[in-house]
Ligand binder design. Structure first.
Ligand SMILES: Nc1ncnc2c1ncn2[C@@H]1O[C@H](COP(=O)(O)OP(=O)(O)O)[C@@H](O)[C@H]1O
Ligand SMILES: [Mg+2]
Length: 270
């Protein structure tokens, strides 16, 4: 069975595309057949982070409109045999996506035997975000440790509980995973940012992962490489843990406490 995961948020710029790229890559590294779709029509960001922007000929909207087949539009990832990218159109307007069109593409991916479809959503509650979440079985709600981001995710959680196919049918609920990104323990300790516990208390669900704030993220996306591939990066390792948890493994949270430097390190640096 194909599982559809939407990566969504209330506010923009919180790390959805970064997360979609690493989540899709991580699932593929675990041997799953994965498609990652960019729903952010007009922005086209995912293909850059996945490093396949020069290979985009046809996109998601071309497939929705029957101007290309799914096979023509799916771009095979250069690192993972079982990972495929469906890019967003840079030129078409947001109305080019329809619910029937999205359903057609998702059904076809299911027929092709994909294990997971990761939907990289635009921010907020506009149509593109609604379409990205409508067919979802799982939702990764990306939130930053600040009040405005948390408040806006509360609205998204409400929509997931009411405005999805599962909610309309009343068959099952969309499984919600809260992902806290750009976490900086030093700033949390200084009282400048919300803690993991604060965010969990406000939203009433526990986190599936905490991704630390890290300059590796920008460096990785500039080089067209999902940060999960960077073994030496804390953000990459935290994404690995998150993917494992989504696949059902239990792993403790890491990188959420301020690193206590030893006496020698404090004196001699490092
Ligand atoms: N863990 C992180 N540490 C540092 N910067 C990050 C992190 N996650 C995302 N960013 C940066 O935040 C910005 C927005 O990320 P992006 O994934 O495009 O967000 P969205 O898709 O939600 O708009 C980008 O510049 C990205 O490099
Ligand atoms: Mg994005």
């Amino acid at each position: 069975m194909t599982e559809i995961i939407v990566v969504t948020s209330g506010k923009g710029g919180v790390g959805k595309t970064t997360t979609s790229a690493s989540l899709a890559t991580g699932l593929a590294m675990a041997g799953k057949k994965v498609a990652v779709i960019d729903f952010d029509v007009g922005l086209r960001n995912l293909d850059l982070i996945m490093g396949c922007e020069r290979r985009v000929v046809y996109d998601f909207i071309n497939v929705v409109h029957g101007e290309a087949t799914l096979k023509q539009a799916l771009i095979k990832d250069k690192r993972n045999e079982t990972l495929f990218v469906l890019a967003a159109s840079q030129t078409r307007d947001k109305d080019a996506l329809t619910q029937e069109g999205v359903e057609k593409v998702l059904d076809e991916l299911a027929k092709e035997g994909f294990d997971f479809v990761v939907c990289d959503s635009p921010a907020g509650i506009e149509k593109g975000a609604h379409l990205a979440m409508y067919f979802a079985d799982h939702a990764v709600v990306v939130v930053n440790p600040e009040v405005s981001s948390v408040r806006d995710s509360d609205r998204i959680l409400g929509l997931l509980a009411s405005k999805t196919r599962h909610a309309e049918r009343g068959d099952t609920t969309v499984k919600q995973h809260l992902l806290l990104t750009r976490y900086n323990p030093v700033r949390v300790e200084a009282g400048e940012m919300l803690s993991v516990k604060d965010v969990e208390d406000i939203l009433g669900i526990s986190v599936v992962g905490v991704i630390p704030e890290s300059e590796n993220v920008l460096a990785a996306s500039n080089s067209g490489e999902p940060v999960i591939l960077r073994e030496d990066s804390f953000a990459g390792q935290a994404y690995k843990d998150t993917v494992a948890r989504i696949l059902g493994e239990e792993r403790p949270l890491r990188f959420t406490e301020v690193e206590k430097k030893s006496f020698l390190k404090r004196v001699f640096g490092g």
